[in-house]
Design a protein around this ligand. Structure first.
Ligand code: PMV
Length: 331
């Protein structure tokens, strides 16, 4: 099945209809996976091998404005006009093509991202989620959250989780059309929980998560261990969230991220997202923990770390990581 077939299934008679408005704007928060999505069972539809669970970063994310244009597409990122043949523009335009099949439609897309793009900081997740929300307004589709999550997934898997605040679970599903692979909000609040963004490297990663995921699935001798590991971690995280057990949440998220990076490193040829600064920061976290400070980290497909801690540890974290950007997901 192709992505466009899924779009048709969701939009039904609205597929191919003209937009209701000339422009629309939407915001979506970035999300950080505590139990990672790593590996697809279907490349074209971004269907995952495992379910995953994330926390959204409150008002840090992407705001996208989309407006109709007369003759040609135009893309700006943080106010800068982008050439249409960059990887960024191409990915975006290919996604827009799903919604203008057979129509002579051109768009100007203005994307504002609070997160550095392509640095393993969830920029594509919030970017595609904001775009889907803006398209839903522009065309007046009136889709429900589940349908929006499925459409966002077609842009980037992790985007399926960027439509809500707080904790979000993405169900892997097992249907080949992916209609049971969508995210949903988990109704738990944890006001003292903090996420610290340690931006150690703003440069674009050398290999995309899409490429790295594929290589891991195809070549890591350990990939078979990922599904049972992630399934178990997901259960622990749900239990940790329900009982507000921070040690369980932090230790599970950290081990899950390290297991994912161990898989990635064992791909052939190998991929190592960490830089020296990443490893130094990991040792700092472990050192703080050995001294009794409850702090953990998680890491996505890039060199940057995200710290997990409770509000009363903020001062100590700030001392150890002066540059950290602190976010209160429920603040
Ligand atoms: O959605 P993608 O293709 O950007 O992949 C995201 C992969 C990770 O960020 C490493 C894990 C996750 O679940 O967000």
């Amino acid at each position: 099945m192709k992505a466009i077939d899924v779009v048709q299934l969701i939009l039904k008679e609205r597929f191919g209809a003209k937009p209701l408005h000339d422009e629309a704007t939407a915001f979506a928060p970035a999300n950080i996976a505590l139990c990672k999505y790593w590996g697809k069972r279907d490349e074209a539809l971004n269907l995952p091998v495992t379910s995953s669970l994330s926390i959204s970063l409150n008002n840090q994310g992407a705001t996208t404005n989309i407006r109709l244009q007369k003759h040609r597409d135009e893309v700006t990122l943080n106010g800068e006009l982008q050439s249409l043949d960059t990887v960024f523009s191409q990915r975006l335009l290919r996604f827009l093509d799903l919604f203008r099949e057979g129509c002579d439609l051109h768009f100007k897309v203005d994307a504002q991202s609070d997160m550095p793009v392509g640095a393993g900081l969830a920029s594509s997740a919030c970017g595609f989620a904001a775009l889907v929300l803006a398209l839903n307004q522009l065309f007046g589709w009136g889709l429900c959250e589940r349908e929006l999550s499925i459409l966002a997934r077609l842009g980037s898997g992790s985007a399926s989780r960027s439509l809500w605040d707080g904790f979000v679970k993405w169900h892997a599903g097992n249907r080949s059309d992916g209609m049971d692979s969508f995210a949903e909000h988990l109704p738990y609040e944890w006001p003292s929980l903090c996420v610290g963004l340690c931006v150690l490297f703003k440069q674009q990663k050398s290999i995309s998560s899409r490429e790295a995921m594929k290589r891991t699935v195809q070549t890591s001798p350990f990939y078979a261990a990922w599904k049972p590991t992630a399934d178990q971690d997901l259960l622990c995280l749900e239990q940790a969230i329900q009982s507000q057990d921070f040690e369980l949440l932090g230790s599970t998220a950290e081990s899950n991220a390290l297991a994912m990076h161990a898989l990635i490193l064992s791909s052939r040829p190998p991929i190592l997202y960490s830089q020296c600064e990443t490893v130094t920061a990991m040792h700092t976290v472990w050192h703080l923990r050995a001294q009794g400070l409850p702090v953990y980290f998680t890491q996505d497909a890039g060199a940057n770390l995200k710290l997990l801690f409770l509000k009363d540890a903020s001062n100590a974290i700030r001392q150890a990581f002066p540059e950290v950007e602190m976010i209160e997901p429920f603040g």
